[in-house]
Design a protein around this ligand. Structure first.
Ligand code: FAD
Length: 364
C-alpha cells in the first residue's frame, strides 16, 4: 500500500507566479458610489488598504465609477482624504447607475490596463454582485466576507474569513493569479481618520462601453435613503433581543428601550427564523456587523456566529438569566437576570432622564 501523501501546504501550493502576472502592483479599493452617495464601507476599506499598501511599499488606488459629473470627482477627492494616493476616475454615461454588466466590464478593462496586485470591494449587495463577476471575467481568486486582511512575508495577501458555520477561521491565498481579490462587510474594519487637506493624483479612464450591448435596462432609480431599511450597521446605540425573550410580542420591550435611547434594534438569527423580526434586523455572521458605542443584548446566548457581528462594539451590556452563558465571556457589563422584567425597568429609568422636549418628541 502506498503511503498517504502529506497534506498540501501553502509553500507546496505556490507555484512560480506566471511571468504575465509579475508586473501587477499596487492596492486598489473600489469606491461604491451611487449618484454622489458613497457607501462608508469604501472609506473603511481605504483605511485597511492603506496598511496593506504601506506594508508592500506601493500606492493605494481608489476606483471611482459613475456617469460624468455624477459625484465621481467629489468621491475621488474624498477618497484622498481617507488615504488614497491615486484615484482612477472611470466615467461613462453607461455607468450612471449600477448594472452588473457595465460595471464589471469597466473594472475588468481598468484592471487589465493598470494591473493592481490587490483589489478590495465592500461586501454590500452591489460589491458582492460586482466582485464575483469581475473575478470570473479576470479568472482570478476572490475571498468573500473577510474579517482580516494582511500581507505575508512574501507579499501575498492573506485573506481571513469565518468557515464551517463560523466555528473556525481560515486564511485564503490567491497564490498563482492576479489581482488577489477580497470583499469585506461594512463595519468589520474601523473607519480611518479623515484628513481634510489630503490630496492625490487623478487618473481619468474612459472604458469602452456601448449602451446597446448592455442587456439590463434601468427603468427607475430608487435611492436607498427613500427606503425604510434599518440603519443598524452604523447606529451608535443598538438594543437587540434573542430567543430568551420568548415571544414576538416581547420584542416590543426591545423596541421601547431602543426608542427611548434613540437606538436601532436588532436580534439574533433564530428570531428571524421564527418570523418575529425581519431579516434586515439580524445581527451576526450572516446578518449585519455592528460597531456601536453601546450594544445591549437581551436574552442572547452569545454564540460565535452572533459574537463576530458585535465584538467591534465599544461597550457590550448582556442581560441573560444563565450566568454561564457564553455572552458573559465577552460582554463588558453582565447582568444575570430576567430580561423580560429588566427591559421595562431600564426603559422607564432612561425615560425619566429625558427632557420634557425629548419626551414630547417621543410621544409624538
Ligand atoms: P439561544 O441560543 O436559544 O439563547 C437564548 C438565551 O437566552 C440563553 O442564553 C438563555 O439563557 C437566555 N434566556 C432565556 N430566558 C431568558 C430571560 N427571560 N431573560 C434573559 N435571558 C434569557 N446567530 C446570530 O445571532 N446571527 C447570525 O448571523 C448567525 N449566523 C449563523 C450562521 C450559521 C452558518 C449558523 C450555523 C448559525 C448562525 N447563527 C447566527 C445561529 C447561532 O449559532 C445561534 O444559534 C444563535 O445566535 C442563538 O440565538 P439566541 O442566543 O437568541 O438563542
Amino acid at each position: 500500500m502506498s503511503p498517504t501523501p502529506p497534506p498540501a501546504t501553502r509553500a507546496s501550493a505556490k507555484k512560480e507566479l506566471p511571468e504575465h502576472f509579475r508586473g501587477y502592483k499596487h492596492v486598489w479599493v473600489c469606491v461604491e458610489q451611487e449618484r454622489g452617495d458613497v457607501h462608508p464601507v469604501s472609506w473603511e476599506l481605504l483605511g485597511e488598504g492603506r496598511k496593506l499598501a504601506d506594508k508592500l511599499g506601493v500606492e493605494l488606488g481608489a476606483v471611482v465609477l459613475g456617469g460624468p459629473g455624477e459625484g465621481t470627482k467629489e468621491a475621488a477627492a474624498e477618497a484622498f482624504r481617507f488615504g488614497a494616493d491615486v484615484a482612477y476616475l472611470v466615467e461613462h454615461p453607461v455607468l450612471t447607475d449600477y448594472r452588473n454588466e457595465s460595471y464589471a466590464k469597466a473594472v475588468t478593462q481598468l484592471v487589465n490596463a493598470y494591473k493592481p496586485e490587490i483589489l478590495l470591494l465592500g461586501a454590500t449587495n452591489l460589491g458582492r454582485d460586482l466582485a464575483g463577476s469581475v473575478a470570473t471575467t479576470l479568472l482570478t481568486g476572490l475571498t468573500a466576507d473577510c474579517t482580516e486582511l494582511a500581507v505575508d512575508a512574501d507579499g501575498s495577501l492573506a485573506a481571513t474569513r469565518p468557515t464551517f458555520g463560523g466555528s473556525l477561521l481560515c486564511t485564503i491565498y490567491t497564490l498563482n493569479y492576479r489581482p488577489q481579490m477580497a470583499t469585506v462587510r461594512p463595519r468589520v474594519m474601523p473607519m480611518p481618520e479623515r484628513v481634510a487637506d489630503r490630496v492625490g493624483r487623478v487618473v481619468p479612464f474612459t472604458p469602452d462601453l456601448d449602451e446597446d450591448s448592455i442587456i439590463t435596462k434601468l427603468l427607475r432609480f430608487i435611492p436607498d435613503r427613500d427606503s425604510n431599511k434599518s440603519n443598524l450597521a452604523f447606529a451608535d446605540v443598538v438594543v437587540a433581543g434573542g430567543m430568551g425573550l420568548q415571544s414576538a410580542e416581547n420584542f416590543q420591550l426591545v423596541k421601547n428601550l431602543a426608542s427611548v435611547l434613540g437606538a436601532e434594534y436588532g436580534c439574533s438569527r433564530p428570531v428571524v427564523q421564527k418570523g418575529w423580526l425581519p431579516a434586515e434586523r439580524q445581527i451576526g455572521q450572516t446578518g449585519k456587523t455592528i460597531r456601536p458605542k453601546l450594544y445591549i443584548a437581551a436574552g442572547i446566548s452569545g454564540a460565535i456566529q452572533h459574537r463576530v457581528g458585535v465584538e467591534g462594539a465599544d461597550c457590550i451590556v448582556a442581560i441573560n438569566t444563565d450566568k454561564n452563558a457564553p455572552i458573559f465571556d465577552f460582554a463588558h457589563i453582565g447582568i444575570a437576570t430576567d430580561a423580560i422584567r429588566l427591559l421595562p425597568a431600564l426603559t422607564e429609568a432612561f425615560r425619566a432622564r429625558l427632557s420634557p422636549h425629548q419626551r414630547d418628541r417621543l410621544a409624538g
